[in-house]
Ligand binder design. Structure first.
Ligand code: H2P
Length: 816
């Protein structure tokens, strides 16, 4: 706590405020449940953040400074209460206050349901970035959608994933959010374009036939020890047409509610992401709704601050988190051209100096395209503008490469090889002043493989900003014991200056420090084991290696490669009398997008294998497999501090960055990983001895493909692998149901195995054997673990944000 905040906190006033909020919720202190108290706590705290939010909003210095607007369809913020307490410097003071009311702070914090407004890394990155913007006081507004249901809640029924709606605000509302009706917007859809004549000029004007109200809800992004609170503004779709009371009274209930139903559906659910572009109308509607409301709000702020329209790029920059908000580019053009009546060149000059775009994936099937027919129907004026942007862009290409049809074909915003499609990534590159990948290797591949022609046309436009994670949530909050240990050694500044962790490296060989460090790890493992015992009734050996793979389920992330290793360990334990291994618990946590069948089959297979192994008395506590259901931020906060080994095993070239890799290394886990994404940079930081790299690198992958890859040949040449795969076909793991796991087998055999699981299997096993050997040398292992924590300061999202600020956004920090 800073002295200033300490001074400002009045414990007895806060207790009174909590009781008042409790009363307003309709409860009395002597009968209130924990959940009621949690709501009262959240509301009492939110009073403080709301006043800081409003004060920040009205700060003249901020209004006169440049801001970043972070547009993202996902913000996976996780629970806010604990994190905000850390940022406000009030964690201990509030723990004390609530204990005087007879309550435990950690119990209260457990009552909060995670706002799961994202799928995985992309949404979580947006949340870490907001945290780092506020901590460093770079003016920012986050813009997202206020989904009524977050990502589905996952459970398992006989091993198979079940999905249930996640009504994260039910039933009392979320204590941290603030509705801002005065800032609502009206968003149009469908309709037609009219030509209007005025003073000898003709203008085009879109006349939408459907209008939906965008209602903003602000969540406070509280800067760490900074008194700065920025809004995360989430738009909710609401019916605009007044409720049809006449129809209702006349008994036409359905019609009376129709407008409510349509508008209410718009932001009802977050689309689950399987990295496969689905082209659904409702999704495009969400994207436009989000973009249009955000652009309107940005322009409102800009003009209300007294700035000229033409000065927009000097005061506002708009970062597009992936292509999901691309439609904001033609929307800003539409507003400038049709509403403000600027000429094309002036409008384009403003727009193309305002937007910047972050690419998060190279998977071709994930690159968004929308059919021209759909856009033309839903957003007729935007389609005209997109054609005009492309027409002018093609002239630019012609000037650079005359008569080169092939160049035009790859660069064009319109793909006209079949049904005409709009390539959102191309539109982003054309309409942005900067494009970035999310790790050094990824950015290099964006330039080399995805956009080489764009890179030649616009040298320097494509850059790299390596991802990062906020050390406040991902160390200070989630791992208090390790945080305290670090603070004892190097002081309290590290959560704001993570490079300082390097000073911990000097203790890596200190046996006393090693012991304390590993005792902390042990306690975190016990905490996780306690959770597993309570919720899944599996008893774990906390001396075992805690081997962890937690991330969205996707073939390219290769959870099934991990599974094959698990099966091979199991078979060796049973079949090889001399086989010895350090005890291991292999943890999985992952959601599969509901429409992604193979991902669901992989989950099913892992659960079946786990069930068999965990109940086989011959295995004892040598090997256990735990699939933790309903992976979410608050679960990650328990798992990550307990990890010994971090699985980052995507096929090289496919994982753009990864951020779980950073979180686990920071908490003292050793990575087993391919030369992919940010693993490459983690290795650079921690050194070869403190990471387990295996498998083909990007060049190895393309060489193998060129030679012609035959998974079958690998299968026949490796007995361990063959036995593991064969067990998927018999009844070993599915008694009475032979072949139930065949989809996983088939996915890597024959013409399958697109992500080269079999090709990397042998080296993966080798790397795991190295881990097994090293873990048995407790002191050596402790040394490696300490060095991981000490040497990953680079991966603070504070550093990522400074890279954006210095190389792309050009912002000044405004200290409050
Ligand atoms: C994605 C990429 C990750 C990257 C993250 C943030 C889309 O996340 O695949 O490699 O670290 O964005 O840039 P995810 O797979 O977790 O949904």
């Amino acid at each position: 706590m800073t002295p200033k905040q300490q001074h400002a906190f009045d414990k007895s006033a806060f207790k009174i405020s909590m009781v008042q909020h409790l009363t307003q919720l309709g409860h009395a202190p002597d009968t209130a449940q924990l959940r009621d108290w949690y709501l009262a706590l959240g509301r009492a705290l939110a009073e403080h953040t709301t006043s800081d939010l409003v004060a920040t909003e009205h700060d003249q210095a901020i209004k006169q400074a440049k801001s970043v607007n972070y547009l993202s369809l996902e913000f996976l913020i996780g629970r806010l209460t604990g994190n905000n307490l850390i940022s406000m410097g009030l964690y201990d003071a509030i723990a004390d206050a609530v204990s005087e009311l007879g309550l435990g702070l950690t119990d209260l914090l457990e009552q909060e349901r995670d706002p799961s407004l994202g799928n995985g890394g992309l949404g979580r990155l947006a949340a870490c970035f907001m945290d780092s913007l506020a901590a460093q006081q770079y003016p920012a507004v986050g813009y997202g959608l206020h989904y009524e249901y977050g990502l589905f809640r996952q459970s398992f029924h006989e091993g198979a994933q079940q999905e249930a709606p996640d009504a994260w605000r039910e039933p009392e509302g979320y204590p941290w959010e603030l509705v801002r009706p005065e800032l609502s917007q009206i968003i149009g859809f469908y309709g037609h374009v009219e030509v209007v004549e005025e003073a000898g000029h003709t203008y085009r004007q879109w006349v939408p036939s459907l209008k939906i109200q965008a209602m903003p809800w602000d969540l406070p992004i509280v800067g760490y020890q900074s008194n700065t609170v920025y809004p995360l503004r989430l738009w909710e779709g609401r019916a605009l047409t007044p409720f049809a009371l006449d129809a209702f009274n006349a008994g036409d209930y359905t019609h009376a509610q129709q407008a409510d139903i349509d508008a209410g559906n718009l932001t009802k659910v977050l689309y689950p992401n399987d990295n496969h572009d689905a082209g659904k109308t409702l999704r495009l509607m969400q994207q436009y709704f989000h973009s249009a409301a955000s652009v309107a709000d940005i322009l409102r702020r800009h003009l209300e601050a007294g700035h000229a329209l033409a000065a927009l790029p000097e005061y506002e920059t708009i970062q597009l988190n992936d292509t999901h908000p691309t439609i904001a580019i033609p929307e800003l053009m539409r507003v400038l051209l049709d509403d403000y009546r600027l000429g094309w060149d002036e409008a384009w000059s403003i727009a193309s100096r305002t937007f910047a775009y972050t690419n998060h994936t190279l998977l071709p099937e994930a690159l968004e395209t929308w059919s021209e027919a759909l856009i033309a129907r839903l957003l007729p004026r935007h389609m005209e503008i997109i054609f005009e942007i492309n027409h002018r862009f093609m002239q630019e290409v012609e000037a650079k490469w005359p008569d080169d049809v092939a160049k035009k074909q790859v660069l064009s915003v319109i793909d006209d090889k079949g049904e005409r499609m709009v390539r959102m990534a191309n539109l982003c590159v054309v309409g942005s002043y900067a494009v970035n990948g999310v790790a050094a290797l990824h950015s290099q591949l964006v330039k080399r493989d995805l956009f080489p022609e764009f890179d030649a046309l616009y040298p320097g436009r494509i850059q790299n900003v390596t991802n990062g994670i906020t050390p406040r949530r991902w160390l200070k909050f989630c791992n208090p014991d390790l945080s305290n240990l670090i603070s004892e050694k190097i002081g309290e500044q590290w959560p704001a200056q993570l490079e300082q962790l390097e000073q911990i490296a000097q203790y890596a060989d200190d046996t006393a420090f090693q012991k304390i460090f590993m005792d902390v790890k042990k306690r975190n493992k016990q905490r996780l084991a306690g959770w597993v015992k309570e919720h899944l009734d599996i008893t774990l050996n906390t001396d075992a290696i805690f081997d962890v793979q937690i991330k969205r389920l996707h073939e390219y992330k290769r959870q099934h490669l991990n599974l094959l290793h698990v099966i091979s360990l199991y078979q060796r334990l049973l079949n090889e009398p001399d086989f010895d291994m350090a005890p291991r618990v292999v943890f999985f946590a992952a959601k599969a997008a509901p429409g992604y069948e193979l991902a669901k089959s992989i989950i099913y297979a892992i659960n079946k294998v786990a069930e068999t192994i965990n109940n086989d008395p011959r295995v004892g506590d040598k090997l256990k497999v735990v699939f933790i259901p309903d992976y979410r931020v608050s679960m990650a906060e328990i798992i990550i501090p307990a990890a010994d080994v971090s699985e980052q095993i995507s096929m090289a070239g496919k994982e753009a960055s990864g951020t779980g890799n950073m979180k686990m290394a920071l908490n003292g886990a050793l990575t087993i990983g391919t030369m992919d994404g940010a693993n490459v940079e983690i290795r650079e930081e921690v050194g070869d001895d403190n990471i387990y790299i295996f498998g083909l690198d990007v060049d190895g992958v393309s060489e193998l493909r060129q030679k012609g890859y035959q998974p079958e040949a690998v299968y026949h040449s490796q007995p361990l692998l063959k036995a593991a795969l064969d067990s998927l076909l018999d009844e070993t793991f599915t008694p009475g149901q032979p072949g139930a796991l065949r989809p996983v087998f088939d996915s890597v055999m024959g013409s399958g195995d697109p992500y080269l699981c079999l090709a990397d299997f042998a080296d993966y096993v080798r790397a795991h054997n190295d881990i097994d050997r090293d873990y048995r040398d407790a002191s050596q292992w402790a040394r490696k673990a300490i060095l991981n924590t000490a040497l990953v300061g680079k991966f603070s999202s504070d550093r990522s944000i400074r890279d954006y600020v210095n190389n792309i956004w050009q912002l000044e920090a405004i200290k409050r």
